[in-house]
Design a protein around this ligand. Structure first.
Ligand code: ADP
Ligand code: ASP
Ligand code: MG
Length: 469
């Protein structure tokens, strides 16, 4: 049994959906339990834009509704037999009317809460899963539409809700017990205990697939996307990037945490706990072998597995003589940021204990500064701590590989490659797992740093290995 997940990049035009149907048709013979699907490419962004336009009092949100209508109807007309089309279109339009009503409401009251936003973006997956279920049925693969809000339960952190695991696993098992036909499940969306619509965070459909897989104890979770698996670097940033055939859950977790968007970071956890391998495959090249993520890969392919990077980083520096030898400073900083709901991506502390540096997303910089300054109000007044310093327009780069821990000299090679490229490093951190060396450079240096590292660790190596990458 397996779960197949198709991302937005794999669904969006009638031609691509034809390919998706044929992949699922082939897999059906091997028994798939469920297909998880994201909104059609760009639809979630469109819904967010529509909601924001409506909230700002602009009637242009209507243009977005029209665009959405045309795109979805186009797929229905191209991919579903004429005799079924009117039924599918009628149902689609009924749901679209619901979206229109809620956007009109937002337009009238000029107010958009995170809860309403989640409800609005949920339409993307509701449309795509419904339409795909009919495309499949119409092609001779009987399938049902399954709204994940019926079984995935979360807390009320709208926009990026936490799954209530026990209840969700139980619900999934109950839901699937009776189902004989293939279920086409909405990715990304869920509901709270009170039944309000919530979402799992951008890119969250991968997570839906992993939760379903773990609850049902499948043999494999397949993530179908628009690249040949998890690659040595983002292929949009490093042209020479190539597919990593195998890697461990931990390596995949590090790479995704540091920006490899191909898999949403929380996805790895449920699969790892249940020991289910994840395969990343290319919808546009189904015969390619892709990437296999599992517990103990054979480890034949290099000490460093990949590079990833996150842009739009701000570096927060807290500095002052009052920090030396005083316990609990770091704890207070973390508490202040946690209370403001800000995620820390990287931390370094100078051994003099004179400074602590934190990397966070730029969009949180102002709030972070405010909450840390509030927490250290007294120390700032006494001048035992200097002002909290923010440096924006930074980028984090991470070099990841399980075998780094047993191989001396890797950090030396990383920094030599950067030094040779005359790239200035602003801050450095190495995880205690030693599976990851991460550092901060100016955003302007990102492309050069990635290329220099890729050349040093992969391109040259591939040439000498004769792998021809
Ligand atoms: P989907 O719509 O299928 O969920 P995403 O856009 O979320 O697809 O993720 C796929 C994209 O992730 C690729 O097109 C690629 O640009 C990007 N990406 C970033 N880092 C990596 C990496 N290391 N390997 C592969 N893809 C990556
Ligand atoms: N449609 C959602 C998004 O764009 C979820 C996903 O694609 O995984 O973020
Ligand atoms: Mg994605």
């Amino acid at each position: 049994m397996r779960i197949l997940k198709f991302g937005g990049s794999s669904v969006g035009t009638p031609e691509v959906i034809k390919g998706v149907v044929s992949i699922i048709d082939g897999k059906q013979k091997e028994d798939s339990h469920a297909v998880v699907v994201s909104a059609f490419r760009g639809v979630t962004d469109g819904l967010i834009r529509g909601a924001e336009l409506a909230a700002s009092g602009s009637a242009e949100y209507n243009d977005i509704i029209k665009e959405l209508e045309d795109r979805h109807i186009d797929v229905i007309r191209e991919r579903i037999s004429v005799y079924r089309q009117s039924e599918v279109i009628a149902h689609f339009k009924m749901t679209l009317n619901e979206l229109e009503d809620i956007l009109t409401g937002v337009y009238l009251v000029w107010e958009l809460t995170p809860r309403t936003m989640d409800f609005i973006v949920s339409f993307g997956e509701r449309f795509s899963a419904y339409i795909l279920s009919w495309c499949l049925t119409d092609s001779g693969v009987p399938a049902n539409f399954a709204d994940a809000r019926e079984f995935i339960k979360t807390d009320i952190r709208f926009g990026s809700a936490r799954i209530l695991m026990e209840q969700t696993y139980r619900n999934i098992r109950d839901y699937f017990k009776e189902k004989k036909e293939l279920q086409v499940v909405t990715g990304f969306i869920a509901s709270t205990e009170r039944g309000e619509t919530s979402t799992l965070g951008r890119g969250g459909s991968d997570y839906t697939a992993s939760i379903l897989g773990a609850a049902l104890g499948v043999d494999m979770i397949e993530i179908w996307t628009d690249v040949n698996g998890l690659m040595t670097a983002d292929p949009r940033k490093v042209k020479q990037a190539f597919t990593i055939p195998e890697l461990s859950y931990e390596e995949a977790m590090e790479l995704s945490h540091f920006g490899a968007k191909v898999i949403y970071p929380p996805t790895l956890q449920p699969a790892m706990k249940a020991g289910i391998p994840i395969l990343i495959c290319n919808t546009f090249s189904p015969e390619s072998s892709g990437t296999r993520i599992e517990k103990q890969p054979t480890g034949k392919n290099g000490i460093i597995k990949g590079l990833s990077s996150i842009e739009n980083i701000a570096l927060v520096t807290i500095r002052g003589s009052g920090m030396i030898g005083v316990s609990g400073i770091a704890a207070r900083i973390f508490k202040a940021l946690a209370e403001a709901g800000i995620n820390i991506i990287m931390i370094t502390q100078a051994s003099s204990e004179h400074t602590i540096c934190l990397a966070i997303l730029s969009k949180h910089a102002k709030d972070a500064q405010k909450s840390i300054e509030e927490e250290f109000r007294i120390e700032l007044m006494e001048e035992s701590i200097d002002r909290v310093l923010i440096e924006d327009d930074m980028c984090i780069i991470a070099v990841v590989g399980d075998y780094m821990q047993r191989t001396p000299g890797i950090a030396g090679q990383v920094f030599k490659a950067l030094g040779d490229g005359k790239i200035n490093i602003v801050a450095i951190a190495q995880g205690s797992s030693e599976r990851n060396i991460s550092f901060i450079v100016n955003k302007d240096d990102e492309a050069r740093a990635m290329t220099a590292l890729h050349d040093a660790f992969f391109t040259k190596m591939a040439v000498t290995n004769g792998t021809g990458h």
